[in-house]
Design a binder for this molecule. Structure first.
Ligand code: BG6
Length: 374
């Protein structure tokens, strides 16, 4: 362990944190275990929730912050796997954007780690007033959100003490993945053989996350220390990786107070590319899915302006790696579930940049774990 390593010295508080200097790092390292736990969600629970969603004309996914990013990933999975019509509406805008136009055939899927975020609770109340059914996904039993909902799925991730949500994102995406597969079976959008194959892939994600943390922790730390003095970052992804990119940018804002923007890669040419100047750091989230070639095209455009490219790629990748200044490798995974392992380096990056800049990532300024006041 080097001197400037966040794991270089022990204090009594660290014992409480299981030997880690911060809860954020502890919770990042706990993820293989909590993910495995989340994936043991009872089929009956998924089946009940899927039944409510399946009966709807339109699913509205509403949430705030990290939970909203898990909701974005869910929409991609609902579209691609389950043939479910869904749209995301950030909870603080939900009443404004839906007005009185909700229908009792619609269903709201509300996501909140705490189950107490005022914006999400307001969105749920707004929906309930119009006779809309609500399925919620939360970590807290008997939370306000679960009490207001027609049906609740619990993530059972244990308390999250770090302010910046880490394990929350993984367990939410895991439960939403299971829900998508259950919906796919129910609606016949995938055969049971296809669902079983995907489910097998999903069940391997705890191991993949574990391997990623163990193998890439040092790699990510070195990259983070190198870029910790930069003031602005861009995160690009395509399809479901847009959700991963958004979560990576949010982590960096929350913990390191750095300007970080996330965009769907295709949108980068419609404005954000003007930000690029030599040395500007750009994260590219590039699992080998159906969007890969499109992403490579956008990456080349960014690279032409001499950006510094930090990519998150599959282990055997050569194309994106060849265009990158730094690459972080992820073992092969079912690409539709890529947000689960691909977000890990982004969480670690935010943590190590915050540490290097001298901030406490567990207690970022101005932020609280759940904003309960309207
Ligand atoms: C914000 C926190 O206030 O609430 C975020 O700063 C969090 O980290 C967001 O993701 C949503 O919280 P919850 O509990 O509704 O998932």
């Amino acid at each position: 362990m080097s001197e400037n390593s966040p794991r270089g010295s022990w204090t009594p508080e660290m014992v409480e944190k299981g030997g880690y200097p911060h809860f954020m790092l502890k919770e990042i390292h706990e993820q293989p275990k909590v993910l495995k736990n989340a994936l043991s969600l009872r089929t009956e629970v998924c089946h009940q929730a899927a039944g409510i969603l399946n009966d709807s004309a339109q699913v509205y996914i509403t949430a705030a912050g990290t939970s909203n990013h898990a909701g974005l990933a869910a929409r991609y999975m609902f579209t691609k796997l389950s043939a479910v019509r869904a749209q995301n509406i950030i909870s603080s805008e939900f009443p404004q954007l839906t007005g009185e136009l909700l229908d009792e055939n619609d269903v709201v899927l509300a996501i909140s780690q705490s189950g107490e975020t005022a914006d999400t609770i307001n969105a749920v109340k707004h929906a309930k007033r119009q006779g809309v059914k609500v399925v919620s996904l939360t970590n807290v039993i008997d939370s306000t959100m679960s009490k207001l909902s027609d049906y609740t799925i619990y993530t059972y991730a244990g308390p999250e003490y770090g302010l910046a949500a880490t394990k929350t994102f993984l367990v939410q995406v895991a439960c939403l993945s299971l829900l998508s597969l259950e919906l796919a079976l129910m609606r016949g959008s995938l055969s049971s053989k296809e669902v079983n194959k995907l489910r097998d892939g999903l069940m391997k994600t705890p191991l993949i996350v574990d391997m990623t943390i163990k193998k890439q922790d040092r790699v990510v730390r070195d990259i983070a220390y190198r870029y910790a003095n930069k003031s602005s970052f861009l995160f690009l992804g395509c399809g479901i990786s847009t959700a991963t990119a958004m979560e990576g940018a949010l982590k960096l804002k929350e913990t390191a107070y750095l300007h970080a923007e996330a965009y769907p890669a295709g949108e980068s040419r419609h404005g954000p590319i003007a930000l690029i100047e030599p040395g500007f750091p750009v994260f590219i989230i590039a699992p080998p899915d159906e969007n890969y070639d499109k992403l490579v095209k956008n990456l080349k455009e960014i690279k032409a302006h001499k950006a510094k490219i930090i990519s998150v790629v599959q282990e055997n990748d050569s194309k994106v790696r060849g265009l990158s200044d730094h690459s972080i490798s992820i073992p092969e995974t079912e690409t539709i579930f890529s947000p689960i392992p691909y977000v890990i380096p982004l969480q670690l990056f935010a943590y190590f940049v915050a540490f290097k800049r001298g901030y406490n990532p567990d207690k970022p300024r101005y932020l609280v774990k759940a904003i309960t006041e309207p």
